[in-house]
Every structure is written in C-alpha cells, then in structure tokens.
Design a protein around this ligand. Structure first.
Ligand SMILES: Cc1cc2nc3c(=O)[nH]c(=O)nc-3n(C[C@H](O)[C@H](O)[C@H](O)COP(=O)(O)OP(=O)(O)OC[C@H]3O[C@@H](n4cnc5c(N)ncnc54)[C@H](O)[C@@H]3O)c2cc1C
Length: 376
C-alpha cells in the first residue's frame, strides 16, 4: 500500500500479549495509527522462561528493538534432549547453519515488559475487554465490556486461545485438551543442584514426562518446567508437591531434588490446550493472529515465536499489497501453511516419531525406555 494510505490507516489490535504487542510495534513502524485494547487492568505473565528463536530476534533487529530484548535475555548455543538420567538423545545447534543470531532465553515477564516498553505512551488501553465485533464495508466496530466502543479500518484479533474475535467472526474453535499439565517455576540457579552448567536449554524426557531446564543467566535463575500426562482437564488444576514428585520419579536424582525443593505456592500449574487449525483467518477488514489464529502445544516452543513472526508478516503484507483486503489474504497465504504444520508437529510432542519428524536423522541414540515409575 502507498505510504500515505498506510499513514491514514486506523488499526485496532485486540490483546496485549506477545502477538498484539509485536503487531503494534511492526504496524506503527508503517506509520499507521495503532491502538491496542487489552482486557486486563494490569499486564502479568507466568513465572517461566521461553526461547526466542533466531527468526524472532531478527524481527526485533528489523524493528530497532533488538537491544531492548537482548538486555533482558541470554543467548543459548543449543537445545539438547536427554533421557531422564542424562544420556544425550539429540542436539539442535543455535544458530543453525546460515543463521547469524542466537536463540535468546528470556523470562516471560521481562519479555512482555520489554515489548510493551517500546510502544509509544498511550497506545495500550487496559481494562478493555472485547465483547463484540461488527463488520462494516470500510472497517469494523469493537464494543467493550466497559461500555466504550471504537471504529477502525483494520482490526487485528490477537486475543489468544479463547479469542472473542475468532468466535464472533470466524466460527468457534473450542480449545482441545492435550491430556497434559505444565508445571512451571523460576528458581535460583543456586537451588538447581548443579544442573545448570552453562547457558544452554535442556529437556529430559521419559515416556510421558518432560523436564525442561532453561537457564536465565542474566537473572542468576533457571526456569524449571515439567510437562506430564494427566487426565484432569481443569484449566488451572490444583497440584501438590507429591503430585510433582510422582511425575519425576526415576529421573536424575538432582532433578528430583529440585522438585522437592520447589515452593509449591510459586509453581504455575495449567492444563495444556491448543486448537484445531482455523479454516480462514480473515475477512476484508478483520484478521486473526498468534494463538487466536493457531494456538499450538508448547512442545516445539513455537507459539510465542509464531505470534511475533505473524506481527512482522502482517506489516510486510500491508506494505506489499494494494488494499487492506489483499494484504490480509497475502498474510494468511504466507503464514498459515507454516503454522498449520507447527500445530500438527507440536501435537506429536517429543515421542520418538516427533523427534524424527522435527529433526530427521539427527537422533544420536534411541530414546531410553521410561525409567521405572515414570508416569504414563
Ligand atoms: C506451558 C506453556 C509453555 C509455553 N512455552 C513456549 C515456549 O517455550 N516458546 C514459545 O514460543 N511459546 C510457548 N508457549 C506458547 C505461548 O505462550 C503462546 O503461544 C503465546 O503466549 C501466544 O501469544 P498471543 O499474544 O497470541 O496470545 P496471549 O499470550 O494469550 O495473549 C492474548 C492477550 O489478549 C488478551 N485478551 C483475551 N481476550 C480478550 C478480550 N476479549 N478483550 C481484550 N483482550 C483480550 C489477554 O488478556 C492477553 O493479554 C507456551 C505455552 C504454554 C501454555
């Protein structure tokens, strides 16, 4: 689109998560008028770490915010998968051949704070819970629970797995329970019983349970996460220390000791959900992105990364196309094949087939059988 048309474009982004914040940054760099509407009165994130992939970091470089993110993250050279007792299964080098940027490990809270921190003052409107979207010929009207309503030329639905924008306009996709729970905590590296030996991200896997150690060197901490099978689909389940200890039975004694030492009040427990692929992400004036469009299981660590890449791809499409409607079609054509595949691969988890599908031929040894007592 012509720069002067982009400068006249009024864009409303629904949701101030990673996807909404990234889209707001990328779209405002086009010169458009961007407002972000977030239901929460205060932005809070789960105490846990994630890895920002090279493609994500490259987008931050392009948007001039690489340093703001790098300041609150640590580069990691590789991701390693090991058996419950530490025998290597495979290793993914970061950066991979041809990439110049490392994956950066970051605390989720620092990440959202840094992303929102690079947006102009006043762009994010808290306490705006979207209730309805009405499309018009030349835009859409958003109505919020607080009684406000706004009109925009383009609406970006970045409102997560339970997206109101999606259910209003693109047919509801009920979240699908994976049969797993995620238990997440950030602890001092000093409490990790010598398991944090460098800055690299490791996952220990025994049938049914994955234990992640994601070092946050800049904080002197490590994100300690367990994903385990459990039939209870309650979104925020109640768990006890004994429940957690049962999931890591048979793992390296030091991982068991870390689990025993956790302050259970600081452990975030949630059932893990995704959605089936959404057929169409857009109309002529409204588009879905991030988890609203393609929520996926976390086994490949790609959900937040995909949301950031969506933000960049949406801005690219608006720059390249002649109209908003064409741009939204181009955005979907660019991103949906990628995220459809990621949704599918993520459902495999990290069983033997999953490792082969993501890293064909790279497995260095067959995955060890589950240690005695590891929960199915
Ligand atoms: C256990 C677990 C581990 C994960 N690990 C990783 C990882 O290592 N790497 C990775 O890349 N991804 C990971 N993810 C996935 C990642 O967290 C999500 O993909 C990412 O948060 C999606 O960002 P989003 O902005 O699209 O949605 P969200 O983060 O869900 O943000 C949506 C925002 O919209 C707001 N909102 C919702 N409804 C409304 C409404 N009606 N009106 C206004 N605002 C609204 C919400 O309050 C929220 O702020 C993990 C997920 C889980 C569950």
């Amino acid at each position: 689109m012509h720069p002067s048309d982009l400068q006249n474009l009024k864009i409303a982004v629904v949701g101030a998560g990673y996807g909404g914040a990234a889209a707001a940054k990328a779209l405002s760099l086009l010169g458009a008028h961007v407002d972000v509407y977030e239901q929460a009165n205060r932005i809070r994130e789960v105490g846990a770490g994630i890895g920002l992939r090279p493609a994500t970091m490259n987008r931050f470089r392009e948007w001039g915010i690489f340093d703001a993110i790098a300041e609150v993250s640590s580069p990691s050279d590789y991701f390693e998968i090991l058996t419950p007792t530490g025998e290597p299964i495979m290793k993914e080098e970061w950066p991979a051949a041809g990439e110049q940027t490392h994956t950066h490990l970051i605390h989720r809270g620092d990440f959202i704070e840094a992303l929102l921190g690079v947006l102009p003052e006043g762009m994010v409107h808290l306490g705006h819970k979207l209730e309805a979207v009405e499309e018009k010929d030349d835009g859409a009207v958003l109505t919020f629970a607080n009684g406000n309503s706004v009109e925009a030329d383009l609406v970006v639905g970045a409102d997560g797995i339970k997206s109101v924008v999606r259910s209003e306009l693109f047919g509801d996709k009920v979240p699908v329970f994976s049969g797993e729970h995620a238990y997440r905590a950030v602890i001092s590296a000093d409490d990790a019983h010598g398991m944090v030996v460098d800055d690299n991200f490791r996952m220990y896997i025994g049938r049914g349970t994955k234990v992640y150690l994601l070092p946050l060197r800049h904080r002197g901490q490590v994100s300690f996460d367990i994903t385990a099978r459990c039939a209870d689909s309650t979104w925020n389940p109640q768990v006890t220390k004994d429940d957690l200890l049962a999931t890591v039975q048979g793992f390296d004694e030091r991982l068991v000791s870390i689990t025993r030492g956790l302050d259970i009040d600081t452990v975030n427990a949630r059932a893990v959900y995704d959605i089936d692929p959404v057929g169409t992400w857009h109309s002529d004036r409204v588009v879905l992105m991030g988890d609203a469009a393609h929520s996926m299981l976390h086994h490949q660590g790609q959900g937040a990364n995909s949301a950031i890449e969506d933000g960049g791809a949406l801005a690219d499409a608006l720059r390249q196309a002649e109209t908003v409607a064409q741009a939204l079609a181009l955005f979907q054509a660019t991103r949906k094949p990628v995220t459809d595949k990621l949704q599918e691969v993520s459902r495999h988890g990290w069983d033997d087939d999953g490792i082969d599908e993501v890293f064909p031929g790279q497995k260095s040894a067959p995955a060890a059988p589950a240690a005695p007592g590891v929960r199915e």
